[in-house]
Write a protein that binds this ligand. Structure first.
Ligand code: NAP
Ligand code: ZN
Length: 335
């Protein structure tokens, strides 16, 4: 059966209908009827070919929740009718040293859901079943879809870099990833600071879990906050003056990047040396991170704050995200 999707047919263009034949179902694959798909800023980077990896027609969408409609002959742990989520990654070799260590999100043969593969802005999507995750029953589909990329991308480094309840955590950029970082950091028990370029987000950021809100253009507020944070996660794609953010770190503090600025970082090494500070970065999360994140989200009732729009209105939703007007994740829904 052909799959009806919407696709970019060239860089920086509107999405248009695109139908494709997915071929025979692989032995380890599942086909999922998409009910909801979040719009991550990475989808916009792909549509625009910002990273030089896009091939067209490009069907975006990697924050997917839906129902399994068929399973390959070697799929054991999932069955038709299961509600699952699929994120940025839909495959890896699972045999290499990196995969064996549980870091399959860094496998040299990793397959991205919408790079050289058609994503979730569609009626259905295919994935290796080992990258489709059962959604805990208490979580709602629309609010959970953004956890499959945005959620695990901010949860993973907090876990890996040892964020503890006594820590003071800063979040740069209160968008799709950033608002989830506020919720996760708050649920970790941390004191949470939102660092935003948009003053009008203050009330909502505090409702999402921030104890403190700093407008990053306020030089005095930034100076007053010097040496106050243990861990800062940056979710912005803008090229900021990172010196100001390093100054916010306490001794042994970490500035962690998940957002992808277009320019190389200019980092004053003296600030790192003087405060024994670290700069780090990470890509999405492993399958173990995904399971832990979904379990943690279910226990702490964490979901995205979403605006749900019909799949047919994807172009308007993309425009809203481009204008930084999404509050805080646009989610496409199929009828
Ligand atoms: P988003 O929803 O658009 O949020 C980005 C936020 O950055 C905005 O809400 C805004 O927050 C801030 N921002 C935007 N323009 C800015 C500017 N000119 N100056 C300062 N701040 C600005 O995007 P997202 O979906 O969260 O994705 C964010 C980034 O993470 C993207 O680069 C995406 O590709 C990347 N990403 C990485 C991974 C990974 O594995 N590492 C996974 C998913 C996404 P304020 O209004 O609060 O300033
Ligand atoms: Zn994403």
């Amino acid at each position: 059966m052909p799959i009806s999707a919407i696709a970019a047919h060239a860089a920086k263009t509107e999405l248009k209908p695109h139908s494709y034949d997915p071929g025979a179902l692989g032995a380890h694959e599942v086909e999922v009827k998409v009910t909801h798909c979040g719009i991550c800023h990475s989808d916009l980077h792909l549509i625009d070919n910002d990273w030089g990896v896009s091939t067209y027609p490009l069907v975006p969408g990697h924050e997917i929740v839906g129902m399994i409609t068929s399973v390959g002959k070697d799929v054991r742990h999932l069955k038709v009718g299961d509600r699952v989520g699929i994120g940025w990654q839909c495959g890896a070799c699972l045999d290499c040293e990196i995969c064996i260590h549980g870091d399959e999100n860094y496998c040299a043969s990793r397959q991205a859901t919408c790079v050289g593969h058609h994503g979730g802005f569609a009626t259905a999507v295919r994935s290796d079943a080992r990258f489709a995750f059962k959604i805990p029953a208490t979580l709602k589909s629309a609010q959970t879809a953004p956890l499959l990329c945005g959620g695990v991308t901010v949860y993973g480094p907090m876990k890996r870099f040892g964020v503890r309840p006594e820590h003071k955590v800063g979040v740069i950029g209160i968008g799709g990833l950033g608002h989830l970082a506020l919720r996760f950091a708050r649920a970790f028990g941390c004191e949470v600071t939102a660092l935003s370029s948009t003053a009008s987000k203050e009330t909502e950021a505090k409702a999402l879990g921030a104890h403190r809100f700093i407008v990053t253009s306020d030089a005095k507020a930034m100076a007053d906050a010097a040496n106050s944070l243990d861990f800062i996660i940056s979710t912005v794609f803008a090229n900021l003056d990172w010196t100001h953010y390093l100054n916010l770190l306490k001794l042994d503090g970490t500035l962690h990047f998940v957002g992808v600025p277009s320019a190389s970082l200019e980092i004053p090494v003296g600030s790192l040396i003087g405060g024994r500070r670290r700069v780090s970065a990470s890509a999405i999360g492993s399958r173990a991170d995904m399971l832990d994140m979904l379990d943690f989200a279910a226990r702490h009732d964490i979901g995205a704050q979403v605006e749900i729009v019909p799949m047919a209105e994807a172009n308007a939703a993309i425009d809203k995200l481009r204008q930084n007007k999404a509050r805080y994740r646009m989610v496409l829904a199929n009828p």
